[in-house]
Design a protein around this ligand. Structure first.
Ligand code: SAH
Ligand code: SF4
Ligand code: F3S
Length: 445
């Protein structure tokens, strides 16, 4: 019995690709193990978004060299975004790697493994854009029995000047709606309660499809599927975030009013240089439009600190935007220079020490805001989808008191006690305590 282990770096798309690859490994008869040490085949799904993400993948690969020296039968594969960009150069850096394939070759995993075993040689296969449609239709081995990811589109045409995604994921392409709906109906039939629709820019869903459909229409169709209780989506690009979408969110009871809307910078000069196609004022207008229609909406965002030419005044504008919008949470990134991207060639890069200092200031402000947002929920009643539980008596024999864990519609984690048969259900919970990263509460009858 061959044991396989898949290690994932990167975003939700990569996590979901790993679920797909686990499904394919299962199909070829491999047993999946959560323990890398006992695996005979290790697959590293890599991320290229920042230099640090690449370093992590390569240092992991470095450790595997030692493992392989002790276990000569071990085979190692590298896939994902670094593999798509670097191809066979990966072998030059890590000669102990046996298999390299890109983000468009995932469906080819069974054949590639067969070739690797038969020829006893290294196998490298990187496709360009043409083969993308084949990614779908294979068995997916999902990590979570209640919440599922569903790809609605792939690639990105936006070419933000800092970003490597268009180079590693190719051009934007929407998946036919009937395929998406069929997958979600199937998930509902198998007991899944929540779906998260994935795409690098979900708001432009439908462009290029034969069928007349856009993202709000897709949400409305998914909202009709019986058995699914919640719908989330990520990521939204502010330039395409429309009133029509906000109306669909407001009209569809299952669509959670939590929007991840990356703003990247509060300075118009920097936004222009990033090729984001909106100004800070336009971003704030969209936030106000959303809150006017859905006052309870929660917004999270991404921001980059230290983009080339960012000066103190630009950074202050970013801080002002954060204070004005009051995000539920913020992913803060230090700008990282990426090969191929336009900004990688910009002359005026910001020194590391300044980037780091700005990063810390920003984090402190957002930590305060996140805590305040959570505090404001104490005493309120929230709908929670219960995802998991842990027996409080240690072995679970009493069957009653469990520490249950779930998420509110705004995606905040809440913990409370209750019986385990509530897992997978929607319940009302009264919030009694707020911490920075989670909430505590009491389940209401
Ligand atoms: N498709 C999504 C997410 C892209 S990657 C979107 O368009 O929003 C997630 C986040 O990583 C981005 O929103 C951006 O804030 C950050 N990021 C991307 N490239 C980066 C770089 N070179 N340096 C620092 N952060 C980066
Ligand atoms: Fe990258 Fe911009 Fe595309 Fe997002 S929209 S994936 S940040 S190029
Ligand atoms: Fe995602 Fe990283 Fe690739 S963020 S798309 S895994 S470069």
């Amino acid at each position: 019995m061959v044991k396989a282990y898949v290690k994932t770096f990167g975003c939700q798309m990569n996590e979901h690709d790993s679920e797909r690859m686990r499904g394919l490994l299962h199909k070829v008869g491999y047993t999946l193990t959560p323990d890398e040490a006992e695996a005979d085949f290790i697959l590293i799904n890599t991320c290229s978004i920042r230099e640090k993400a690449e370093q992590k993948a390569f240092s992991h690969l470095g450790r595997l060299k030692l493992r392989k020296a002790k276990k000569p039968g071990l085979r190692i594969g590298v896939c994902g975004c670094i593999a798509q960009r670097e191809g066979e150069r990966i072998i030059r850096r890590a000669p102990h790697v046996d298999l390299v394939f890109g983000t468009k070759n995932i469906h080819r995993l069974p054949q590639l493994i067969e070739k690797m075993i038969k020829t006893k040689r290294r196998v490298i296969e990187i496709y360009d854009d043409r083969e993308r449609w084949q990614q779908f239709g294979c068995e997916i081995e999902r990590d979570n029995p209640i919440r599922a990811w569903v790809t609605i589109m792939q690639g990105c045409n936006n070419y933000c000047t800092y970003c490597v995604v268009p180079y590693v994921r190719g051009s934007e392409w929407s998946r036919p709606a009937q395929e998406i709906l069929a997958e979600i109906r199937d998930l509902a039939a198998n007991g899944y309660k929540e779906v998260t629709l994935l795409g690098h820019n979900v708001n432009s869903y439908g462009r290029g499809l034969d069928q007349e459909i856009n993202f709000p229409a897709l949400l409305r169709a998914i909202d009709q599927i019986e058995g699914i209780e919640r719908i989330r989506f990520t990521t939204s690009h502010p330039k395409d975030f429309s009133e029509e979408l906000v109306e669909a969110i407001a009209d569809c009871p299952k669509v959670c009013e939590h929007i991840h809307l990356p703003f990247q910078s509060g300075s118009d000069k920097i936004l222009k240089s990033m090729n984001r196609n909106y100004t800070a004022a336009e971003y704030i207008d969209k936030v106000n439009m959303l809150r006017a229609k859905i006052p309870q909406a929660g917004i999270t965002s991404d921001v980059i600190v230290g983009f080339p030419t960012e000066e103190e005044a630009d950074f202050q504008q970013t801080l002002r935007l954060i204070e004005e919008v009051q995000f539920e949470g913020l992913f803060t990134f230090l700008y990282s220079r990426r090969p191929q991207t336009a900004a990688g060639n910009f002359a005026q890069q910001v020194p590391n020490s300044i980037k780091q200092k700005r990063f810390e200031i920003l984090l402190e402000i957002q930590n305060r805001i996140s805590s305040e947002r959570n505090e404001s929920l104490v005493g309120t009643q929230q709908e929670v989808l219960i995802e998991e539980g842990k027996a409080l008596d240690g072995d679970g024999t009493s069957g009653r008191e469990y520490l249950l864990r779930g998420r509110t519609r705004l995606n905040k984690i809440v913990e409370f006690t209750g019986p385990p048969d509530q897992i997978g259900k929607l319940r009302q919970v009264k919030i009694t305590k707020a911490n920075r990263f989670n909430l505590e509460g009491i389940m209401l009858p």
